[in-house]
Design a protein around this ligand. Structure first.
Ligand SMILES: [Zn+2]
Length: 65
């Protein structure tokens, strides 16, 4: 999957494909095409989940501009 086909939710930084109208993680509807970095959260109980403040396994942007 190319990063250019993804956009990032402004609320929770979840990365979704550009066709998506509503964030599957937080139900937000505002997205940004300007984002950097990607982390993939595999488990709700990981240290990474605590670090980035998200709990649902998903792919997230590190920086959303
Ligand atoms: Zn979201």
């Amino acid at each position: 999957m190319s990063a250019k086909t993804l956009k990032a939710c402004r609320s929770c930084k979840a990365l979704v494909s550009k066709e998506v109208q509503q964030c599957p993680i937080c139900n937000g509807t505002t997205f940004s095409d300007e984002w950097e970095g990607m982390v993939i959260l595999l488990s709700e109980k990981s240290e990474l989940a605590e670090t980035i403040g998200e709990s649902k396994p998903w792919r997230y942007a590190i920086n959303v501009k």
